[in-house]
Design a protein around this ligand. Structure first.
Ligand code: HEM
Ligand code: HEM
Length: 226
């Protein structure tokens, strides 16, 4: 059997997830800084982030091989071996980067959930704010605002790491996140392509539809007038 020249690293659902997430996080950030009526758009971007994160968590269990948490979250020994440079390169997240990916997913999920309970003391509140008293809504708003710096730091680290791999290691990770593929020669022999068929894409679409319905249900709990 001939060796393939390319390896499919990321399935289409992961790639769409990633670039939509980037657009929506940037959108949420810019609109809240613009203030005023833009807060309404901030919430819309926030709902989209919530849906994307819920999708990615489900996809982390049922998605294609390299998208699964079980394939990329490895213990401290694997991380140490990676840092020592003794691990052959495999497609997917490396053992160290994997933990920062999990941290980004969890922190953005936490940001979206605290946002649902937040208020701006003027005319905006999240759809679930009326489920808790004002003191709790204020506390969650405080946590929502505090998390801004942690997210900014993680995203800066993420982009710096991608640039470092490009410059120091000559690895074009962004290209794989766009096209899905990387040259097979970059990996240890025997590296597998991830499954990215019509079947996996339809499964992702079905999960996305269910997640959208759940988020719509949450948004509909917003009291009239807000
Ligand atoms: C708001 C900004 C960003 C956020 C929140 C973000 C978040 C993420 C997340 C959650 C993943 C994991 C993907 C998954 O397994 O589903 C990821 C991976 C990745 N991101 Fe970003 N990202 C951002 C900006 C960028 C930018 C600007 C670039 C390109 C310059 C980029 C390139 C990549 C690449 C190449 C990977 C795969 C890394 C690997 O090979 O292990 N990201 N990002
Ligand atoms: C995960 C995506 C989100 C990000 C990155 C994000 C980011 C932020 C940031 C940085 C602030 C503070 C702005 C400042 O003080 O200058 C903020 C405030 C706020 N966010 Fe979000 N947010 C997200 C999701 C949401 C959601 C889903 C809602 C509600 C549905 C929401 C509602 C609010 C409200 C009401 C404020 C204003 C608080 C105030 O002015 O006192 N956010 N958000």
């Amino acid at each position: 059997m001939s060796t393939p020249s390319k390896i499919r690293v990321w399935d289409l659902p992961v790639r769409i997830f990633h670039w939509l997430l980037v657009a929506c996080v940037v959108g949420a950030y810019v609109t809240i800084k613009a203030g005023g009526l833009w807060t309404e758009y901030h919430m819309l971007f926030g709902y989209a982030v919530l849906g994307l994160i819920l999708f990615r968590i489900v996809w982390g269990f049922v998605g294609s091989q390299h998208a699964r948490f079980s394939s990329f979250l490895r213990g401290p020994c694997a991380v140490l071996a990676y840092l020592k440079g003794t691990t052959p390169r495999r497609p997917g997240h490396n053992p160290l980067g994997a933990w920062s990916v999990l941290a980004m997913i969890l922190l953005l999920g936490y940001q979206a959930v605290t946002g649902l309970f937040a208020n701006d003391d003027i005319f905006t509140e999240g759809p679930l704010a009326s489920l808790v008293d004002k003191a709790w809504s204020d506390r969650l708003t405080g946590l929502h605002k505090l998390n801004e710096w942690i997210i900014l730091a993680l995203v800066a680290l993420h982009v710096a790491a991608i640039l470092w791999y490009r410059v120091a290691k000559k690895q074009k990770l962004t290209r794989a996140m766009i096209t899905g593929d990387a040259p097979a020669s970059e990996f240890a022999p025997g590296a597998d392509s991830t499954r990215d068929t019509t079947g996996t894409r339809l499964l992702a679409l079905a999960i996305a539809a269910i997640v959208a319905a759940v988020v719509y249900g949450i948004v509909s709990m917003r009291p009239a007038g807000f």
